[in-house]
Write a protein that binds this ligand. Sequence first.
Ligand SMILES: [Zn+2]
Length: 273
Amino acid sequence: MKINQYLKQCKAQGKAVLATNFYNLETLQGILQAAKITGLPVILQLTRSSIEYMGLDLACQMARTGLNSYGVTGWLHLDHGDSFALAEQCILNGFDSVMIDGSELPLEENISLTKKVVALASQHHVAVEAELGFVAKLGQDASRKKFTQPEEALYFAKETNVDALAVAVGSAHGFYKEKPELRFDLIRKISKATNLPLVLHGSSGIPHPDIQKAIANGICKINLATEIKDLFMSSLKNALKDSDEIDLRKVFPKATSRVTELITEKLKLVNSQ
Ligand SMILES: [Zn+2]
């Protein structure tokens, strides 16, 4: 099934899909193993930094081959595409979906950039996610957040014809210093106004009942990145602390299996509706 069809199905049934970023072979294996164990679909995401780290072709082939060899239903998605050129590269390299993030641009510029990506993506049957409002990124001041407004979201959806919309409803990227307060009322209003599958960015550290409530109100895609990175690195540091093992093939699997545990838990949570 195409990713836009799956997201529409999620929207119709009040369900969601987990989207997780991967950074190397080990994090990819950890995620795929979790999807295999649970039998649940997963969206594999790459950011510009991860693409630059692994190389676009290799990263793309790793994800595609991985989905096949683990027998997992899943899709490949560009997370936070920050330019038309990057979105274009991913569309032409066989991604199922791309995010074009014009959230820091003035509304009309965000619309025209998004429209340009949608025009190309639709020719290649690739889905497009855009962002409206502003979810603070890592290192940015969280108080800069700008909530998505339902009327503006409706206008944006009509103008751009996107397949999914990332919304600013109280979440932020990275870990939270204070407990995040999600605006469930706003999620419900934007979902009703646009009839689009909505995307929640910055879900690392949001209490599980709040994730479920967000899904019940119209969130169809839950993005998870920070927690995977953090868990993989802390497990690795721990494994190396009192060890002089030089065989990385004996050290990495410990961290990989922690990723599997985390993603198994998150997949079950996101699909518990
Ligand atoms: Zn994000």
